[in-house]
Write a protein that binds this ligand. Structure first.
Ligand code: PAF
Length: 278
């Protein structure tokens, strides 16, 4: 389905037939990480809708919207395998018409971590996800834990704006060497792999340190900074240990928390996170 009208006609028909709808929003260039979200969605409802929409409002001028990897032909083949019932592929005009004057602007949760270096990102995400929820009208929607701040913000938006949608977070899927799957991994040059792997390695090291009894967040973050910073082509945007609901930084790990980071490897911005459980 490529039109908003057709999607908005189909969804109530499915609901009237007593079918439950699971929804997985994506920006395309699907990889195993997306497929695990869709497989999760498949289990959760009768009908699985996947959207493939490159959302321009979550990219600032100068970010990689123009070059963001795309391959609709491959995406179609992959979604056939899951299988997906409805692939919703609106274009920019279908979603934003001749512009958009009304936005959903997340507050405090969006003003930290990725929100500091990407100040319009979460407004663009929240706006498009709200629009897609109105159009697809799902019972349940699945988001990856890899974008942990995004998942937290969507959960909060659903609560604050009374969407009747159950949000499910799905575990991050990793390459066999530990690199979190991401469409942007396609930008990495072969020689940058070791630097890219330092993110997941430092997170695992932090998990081991916490399991061994270290509870000072500052010390754990310093260790991760040293490990990642040892690779000259990395530039750390942030490394934080936060409360998983408020995303506020914690000093002492006396309860389950989340360690999250954004690091540029060359020109590729990577994010990753893992839980730390004392
Ligand atoms: O995570 C993504 O791929 C995007 O941010 C989303 C949720 C599809 C909104 O464009």
């Amino acid at each position: 389905i490529s039109t908003v009208e057709e999607m908005q006609r189909r969804s109530p028909m499915l609901r009237q037939d007593g079918r439950s709808i699971a929804f997985v929003p994506t920006m395309g260039f699907l990889h195993e990480g997306h497929l695990s979200l869709t497989r999760e969605g498949r289990q959760l409802a009768d009908i699985l809708v996947v959207s493939n929409f490159d959302n321009p409002t979550q990219f600032a001028p100068g970010e990689d919207f123009a070059t963001y990897p795309r391959d609709m032909g491959k995406d179609r083949l992959l979604t056939e395998k899951v299988p997906v019932d409805i692939l919703f592929t609106p274009d920019e005009r279908a979603i934003y018409g001749d512009g958009c004057q009304t936005f959903v602007t997340p507050q405090a949760l969006a003003k930290r971590m990725c929100g500091l270096s990407r100040p319009i990102f979460f407004q663009g995400v929240a706006t498009v996800v709200a629009k897609l929820f109105h159009i697809v009208n799902p019972h349940v929607a699945v988001f990856g834990e890899k974008d942990f701040q995004q998942l937290t913000i969507i959960r909060r938006m659903v609560k604050d704006l009374n969407f009747d949608v159950n949000i499910v977070g799905a575990a991050t899927v990793r390459e066999s060497d530990g690199l979190a799957m991401s469409s942007r991994n396609a930008y990495l040059k072969p020689g940058q792999r070791a630097a890219a792997l330092s993110l997941s390695q430092s997170l695992r090291e932090a998990q081991a340190q916490v399991a061994a009894g270290l509870i000072q967040a500052e010390q754990i973050v310093a260790g991760a900074r040293a490990r990642i910073g040892a690779h000259p082509e990395t530039a750390i945007d942030y490394i934080v240990i936060v409360d998983p609901e408020t995303l506020e930084e914690v000093a002492v790990i006396d309860r389950p928390v989340r360690m999250a980071m954004a690091v540029a490897v060359g020109t590729t911005r990577l994010i990753d996170n893992m839980p730390l459980v004392p």
